[in-house]
Design a protein around this ligand. Structure first.
Ligand code: ZN
Length: 344
């Protein structure tokens, strides 16, 4: 069975997170189910919902024109809530359940038989002040991946609002603080993740030439014209920097009709997005970015235990065993090593 590294989940911010280690009803991820699926590594997001809306879904409109952007998060609130969520991952590490991956050797150990490699990720950098003083503290705590924006504006940039059909070219690019954040992440060895970034911000990040372009969870705009997906020009830019696209499992970003409908969304659609990216920039630059516990996934997948079925689907559609191993593990491993440094 192939081992799996998944590029994005929201499990840290689920309410029943206290049962993550022992197993829980519902949701997509917990340690027993990950072990059963061969998932040995993943990027664990700290995602903070806006306290006024409590539930972020109302901003995810699929109506033409889409909803307005989610309101900005208050910095103090985000710092406190993000610290609490990160603390949950550190507690799992203290309990011996995971290893917070701080260097590539931690990922390699998980590939052997060590504990699950969990990369700490901020999905929206509102917890970090525009002067970046908190970034070193977060790095010391284990932060190795950071998305400057979720789909809302903040001090660093403008997250792309959810729209279908729509280009991702909505709103202005990175702020000066956002560019400084990208440079500092490259210096420290923190992945600068462009999922949820609008197109202007994406090109601003590309122009910095600071690091490989990484998009942890998105699809191909040519297959599903949602604003969250990558245009062919963006995909080509990712390839030109030796970066990576993690294919998301959310039906709204997979289905050509844009419906957020789990029923009747075939696993082959995930493969189709991966194929589109691979045909443009090579199999070495496509991987998995589920968004488990942050979105719906196709009923045909169900939860993390469906991942071996997904890999079988890749084989059915002509991907070789070596290519599937790269998509499932090797491509994330290589990209993390490039961003962090091989010696770590
Ligand atoms: Zn996300």
């Amino acid at each position: 069975m192939a081992i799996i590294f998944d590029g994005h989940n929201d499990s840290l911010t689920r309410e029943d997170h206290d049962r993550f280690a022992a197993g829980r009803e519902g949701g997509h991820l917990d340690l027993p189910r990950m072990a059963a699926a061969g998932m040995r590594g993943g990027i664990f997001a700290v995602f903070i919902r806006n306290p006024e809306t409590a539930d972020y879904r109302p901003v995810q409109s699929n109506r033409p024109g889409g909803a307005g952007p989610a309101p900005e998060l208050d910095h103090s609130f985000a710092a406190a809530a993000s610290s609490a969520a990160a603390g949950r991952l550190l507690a799992l590490e203290r309990g011996g359940h995971v290893r917070v991956a701080r260097a590539i050797c931690d990922v390699d150990a998980a590939a052997e038989s060590g504990p699950l490699a969990a990369v700490l990720h901020l999905e929206g950098a509102e917890a970090i002040d525009a002067g970046l003083e908190a970034l070193d503290l977060w790095y010391a705590a284990g932060l190795r991946s950071l998305g400057p924006v979720w789909s809302r504006p903040n001090a660093f940039g403008h997250g792309v609002r959810f729209r279908y059909p729509s280009t991702p070219d909505i709103g202005p690019g990175l702020t000066e603080a956002g560019k400084a954040l990208a440079r500092r992440c490259a210096e420290l060895g923190i992945v600068f993740d462009l999922a949820h970034m609008n197109e202007a911000g994406f090109w601003d990040a590309a122009a910095l030439e600071a690091a490989p372009l990484v998009v942890s969870h998105a699809g191909a705009h040519a297959v599903c014209p949602n604003s969250r997906n990558l245009t062919d020009a963006q995909i080509d830019a990712v390839g030109a920097t030796g970066g990576l696209v993690g294919i998301v499992f959310a039906p709204a970003f997979l289905r050509p009709d844009g419906k957020n409908q789990s029923a009747g969304t075939p696993l082959s659609l995930i493969v189709q997005h991966a194929r589109h990216v691979a045909d443009r920039i090579g199999v070495g630059h496509v991987a998995l970015g589920s968004d488990f516990d942050g979105t719906e996934v196709p009923d045909a997948l169900g939860d993390v235990t469906g991942l071996p079925r997904l890999l079988d689907e890749f084989a059915t559609h002509g991907f070789s065993a070596a290519e599937i191993e790269a998509i499932a593990w090797g491509n994330w491993r290589r990209t993390l090593a490039r961003c962090w440094g091989e010696a770590g």
